[in-house]
Design a protein around this ligand. Structure first.
Ligand SMILES: Nc1nc2c(ncn2[C@@H]2O[C@H](COP(=O)(O)OP(=O)(O)OP(=O)(O)O)[C@@H](O)[C@H]2O)c(=O)[nH]1
Length: 671
């Protein structure tokens, strides 16, 4: 801990040692320790403030949550389109209420994951409790910062279950965007109070009046009632807190009833184990209570319970209407089912309806680089799924990659983030196969119907697609996309829609300058590069959101790939018959580019149906990395060999051919 030197000089050595021992330990309690160290409360507080440890200081003060009956509690969430400033507003609210120090004010405190900080996006909803005094009354406010990107929509939907209202944040420069509309409907469906707020009014091109009109077209609000703030400078942010208290209804709860709590999130932390986020509906849960999880009927003892302030802060009890965390010796993701109801042993209650399960849109195989790491990877996936319940997990195996899993994600960014988190948070290196989507097929022939168990099957892995001779009908998944764009780009957008086999369903003029278009697309057509192309043809002005829209009968074809005439099952793809030939050619060319030259010639072939329609050859190369090191310098030789061994870790053997382990996913990524 860095202490300012002038303060250091004023403290005698004994005090300093004592304080340094105490800081950051659970033993430390401000009220007891200040007399113990001989320092006054004020000096201690200043010392903490100067050393940047104010949050710990706050944390160590035991908070009496019995002072906050439901009418003194507000549970709300911040929802918005990507980058409209949710995390910045959350920071500002934490700062104003003294939950974080001003030193931390620009740190996006609730974006805790490394991946969030690196990518500058929120991928995980985070809860924080704040205390605020308004008109002489103390309030406990529970704030949930949610992600904006469509791939993490499930996080938003789940978080809303713990709230009675939302702040709908809209960038006063960009205006209403696709995820603004999507998130607003989510809040509407959940019957939540919506407080519209215009952000970034400090920007020179902000046009609060025009954007307020756009909001007025969407929501039944008076334009003059829409708050106008700058989350960055703090302008108008205090007003947001007051409006939250005035407009958002308190939770409905009865402390006299038996305890009932909703598990709305969970995560794993080293040394602490599984931490569950609970919204207490009725009654109270105390440390030491025996509780039952309704879905598994398992019994647990509450080991720790408290609020997120913004880190876990024990309060030993949580009452109806409040939101917080518990640890209770829960070990696996199968025990911590989000949407589950917890109640006290011997006081069963009617369970809550739970959550609509997430519907994965994209599937990919995940395999360890070598099979010795199988159990390590299993453990890592289990822990990460605890933190991200929208991922589906099934066992899978492949001839070239061995044992592994087929995981389902809500989109490609979700898949990327999951892989990155596995690597960063759990040090687990993985091979991810090309993403694909679930197709339905109808099959004929008693033998095949018996083999597959039905005459209509869903195929999650393209290499398990039955032979085309037994398929009578293919069905491909659809999405209903919302695209919002400036009116001058309408021609370019219509061309893109046609090229991607889209069908326009609806077109609305949002105001004089912008159009909202609803389009039915085959999911396959928007998966990889659609959004980038949309952005580039509209100079970055279009926004895009989509939701599941069932299936349609279509003509599909299997495209498979061969390296030296050996089929690489994990590269198999399904695509529309009109695009299959191009796809085969494109992927063969990419494979040629991505696979390094070997000691022998490698042929790459692409097959559509039963016909080989593309071929590329990778010429042989003989590479002896130590060839240049003739003479006696053994250390240099060893260094080169070590470098080569390091490179090999990034490689994978398919038969006799060495390929980069990322090749499966790289062939479908745009360059
Ligand atoms: N000028 C200005 N910039 C702001 C304001 N609020 C946020 N920003 C900036 O906008 C960018 C996005 O802000 P975030 O808070 O990360 O947005 P977000 O909505 O949490 O983003 P996602 O979680 O990825 O959806 C950052 O660079 C912020 O500094 C504001 O009031 N004024």
């Amino acid at each position: 801990m860095m202490l300012k030197s002038n303060l250091k000089m004023r403290l005698c050595k004994r005090h300093l040692q004592k304080l340094q021992q105490c800081i950051g330990t659970e033993k430390y309690r401000v009220d007891r320790e200040y007399s113990f160290t001989g320092l006054t409360y004020q000096v201690l507080k200043r010392l903490y403030a100067t050393s940047g440890e104010k949050a710990i200081f706050n944390k160590e003060v035991k908070i009496d949550v019995s002072q906050y009956p439901p009418e003194r509690v507000r549970n709300f969430s911040i929802i918005a389109h990507v980058d409209h400033g949710k995390s910045t507003l959350a920071d500002r609210l934490l700062e104003i209420t003294g939950t974080i120090s001003s030193r931390q004010k620009n740190e996006q405190v609730l974006d805790r994951l490394q991946v969030e900080r690196e990518r500058g996006i929120t991928v995980k909803a985070q809860t924080a409790s704040l205390f605020y005094t308004y008109k002489g009354e103390n309030y406990l406010l529970n704030l949930v910062d949610t992600p904006g990107h469509v791939d993490f929509n499930y996080e938003v939907a789940r978080s809303l279950a713990a709230c009675q209202g939302v702040i709908l944040l809209v960038d006063a420069n960009q205006g209403v965007q696709a995820q603004t509309v999507a998130n607003m409907f989510l809040a509407w469906e959940s019957d939540l109070e919506i407080i519209p707020v215009l952000n970034k009014i400090d920007l020179p091109y902000a046009d609060p009046e025009a954007v307020a009109k756009q909001i007025g077209n969407l929501l039944p609000v008076e334009e003059s009632d829409i708050l106008k703030i700058s989350a960055k400078t703090g302008l108008g942010v205090e007003e947001v807190l007051k409006t939250v208290i005035e407009k958002i209804p308190p939770p409905v709860s009865d402390w006299e009833k038996p305890a009932k709590a909703l598990l709305f999130d969970s995560y794993f932390e080293n040394y602490k184990g599984v931490i569950c986020n609970l919204a207490i509906i009725d009654g109270a849960i105390h440390k030491g209570d025996k509780i039952i999880a309704h879905s598994t009927q398992r019994e647990y003892v509450v080991q720790n319970i408290g609020i997120l302030y913004p880190k876990e802060t024990p309060t030993d009890v949580l009452y109806g209407g409040q939101v917080g965390y518990i640890t209770a010796g829960i070990k696996t993701s199968s025990e911590a089912v989000v949407g589950d109801t917890f109640y006290l042993k011997d006081s069963p209650v009617e369970p809550l309806p739970g959550f609509k399960p997430a519907k994965p849109m994209v599937f990919a195989g995940i395999f360890p680089p070598d099979q010795s790491q199988l159990s390590f990877l299993r453990d890592a996936i289990n822990k990460l799924v605890l933190n991200d319940s929208s991922v589906s997990v099934d066992l899978d195996s492949s001839a070239s990659l061995g044992q592994g899993w087929r995981l389902g994600f809500l989109g490609l960014l979700h898949m990327d983030v999951f892989q990155q988190r596995l690597e960063q948070e759990f040090n687990a290196s993985v091979i991810v196969t090309a993403p694909n989507i679930p197709y339905k097929v109808k099959i004929q022939g008693a033998k095949y119907i018996k083999q597959y168990g039905s005459d209509e099957i869903t195929v999650l892995n393209p290499c398990r697609m039955p032979d085309s001779s037994v398929i009578t009908e293919y069905q491909e998944p659809l999405v209903l996309a919302t695209i919002i764009f400036p009116v001058e780009y309408i021609g370019a957008i219509i061309n893109l829609v046609l090229e991607r086999r889209g069908e326009q369903i609806e077109q609305t003029q949002l105001d004089n300058t912008r159009v909202l278009m609803k389009v039915k697309f085959p999911l396959n057509e928007i998966l990889v590069d659609f959004f980038d192309i949309l952005k580039s043809i509209t100079s970055g002005y279009a926004s895009f959101d989509y939701e599941d829209f069932g299936y349609q009968v279509s003509e599909m074809s299997k495209v498979s790939f061969f390296l030296n005439d050996v089929e690489v099952e994990d590269m198999t793809m399904i695509c529309h018959i009109s695009k299959a030939r191009n796809m085969a050619k494109k992927i063969c060319a990419k494979l040629k580019e991505k696979i390094p030259r070997q000691l022998f010639k490698v042929s790459v072939k692409g097959k559509v149906g039963s016909q080989i329609i593309a071929r590329e050859d990778i010429n042989a190369l003989r590479k002896d990395v130590t060839a240049k090191c003739y003479g006696g310098d053994i250390t240099r030789k060893n260094k080169l060999l070590a470098k080569q061994a390091e490179g090999k870790k990034k490689m994978r053997q398919i038969g006799s051919i060495t390929v980069p382990k990322n090749v499966f996913i790289d062939i479908v990524r745009k360059d």
